[in-house]
Design a protein around this ligand. Structure first.
Ligand SMILES: Nc1ccn([C@@H]2O[C@H](COP(=O)(O)OP(=O)(O)OP(=O)(O)O)[C@@H](O)[C@H]2O)c(=O)n1
Ligand SMILES: C[C@](O)(CO)[C@H](O)COP(=O)(O)O
Length: 237
């Protein structure tokens, strides 16, 4: 993978694919002492599993990891660049990372794959599936998983309604859009959007849904660590 300082990129050159990793969260739901992305898991820090998977995607030209401004825990490594530009929300962290990518020479037309540091079970094959499905798309898209369970709406701890689950998907990452479009979408959507596709939707565009995997879950709750560990260990045996 090329170093992140990019040479000038003529506008008629082929577009490149970059990955940016929001890694500035506190992991408040995970029940860990520090941010969940630095927890030891199957032999190394959680986020290093995520980076190891992305490092195997041959089409990625660069990989930028956005950490919190006061974060000293993220180890430096070859193949990725760490920038301390995390924001108060995930959307702000991503927007700051995209600005940094732009400053470092990425072109408006380049594709950016935004991937949660906390989704440490992503595989190179899943990322390649997303790129294959979206590289010729006019908008871009995201990995997602069709809902497997019956969907309930709650009111005061009781079921208020059962919602139709047909056509409902759970958004995953990576989510892949052109750098220029995504910067504009996030600037207009503001800090509250919880994924890139929602910002794109707010512009009136429809992101492509690409089948992800149940294994590509986001480590969020205390019990997710054991599950993630089991999956990682199953892959090495
Ligand atoms: N201000 C923030 C908030 C989140 N993230 C990142 O966004 C990803 C997905 O967010 P989530 O799972 O919600 O992580 P946290 O915000 O850390 O967790 P919680 O909501 O439980 O506090 C994570 O890789 C997290 O580090 C980020 O970069 N900047
Ligand atoms: C982007 C995301 O992973 C899609 O499912 C998710 O929305 C990020 O988590 P958060 O809890 O909303 O920060």
């Amino acid at each position: 993978m090329a170093p992140i300082s990019m040479p000038a990129h003529p506008s008629d050159s082929p577009v490149r694919f970059h990955a940016v990793l929001p890694c500035a969260g506190t992991g408040s739901r995970a029940g860990t002492e520090g941010p969940k992305q630095y927890e030891p898991l199957a032999g190394r820090m959680l986020v290093l599993h995520t980076l190891a998977a992305l490092a195997q995607v041959r089409r990625l030209a660069s990989l930028l990891v956005m950490v919190a401004p006061d974060d000293r825990r993220m180890p430096a490594g070859s193949g990725y660049t760490v920038v301390a530009c995390g924001g108060a929300t995930r959307a702000q962290t991503v927007a700051n990372g995209l600005d940094e990518l732009h400053r470092r020479g990425a072109s408006e037309n380049d594709w950016v794959l935004v991937h949660d540091a906390a989704r440490c079970l992503v595989t190179p094959a899943l990322v390649d599936r997303l790129i294959d499905a979206c590289a010729d798309d006019t908008v871009g898209g995201l990995l997602a998983q069709p809902l497997a369970d019956t969907l309930k709406e709650e009111a005061g701890g009781r079921v208020a309604a059962t919602l139709p689950r047909q056509g409902k998907w759970l958004a995953q990452t990576p989510q892949m859009f052109r750098l220029g479009l995504l910067r504009r979408a996030l600037a207009e959507a503001g800090p509250g959007v919880t994924d890139e596709a929602s910002a794109i939707e707010a512009l009136g565009l429809q992101a492509r849904l690409v089948q992800g995997s149940a294994q590509n879950f986001k480590v969020t709750w205390p019990e997710d660590f054991a599950l993630a560990r089991a999956v990682l260990e199953s892959r090495t045996t």
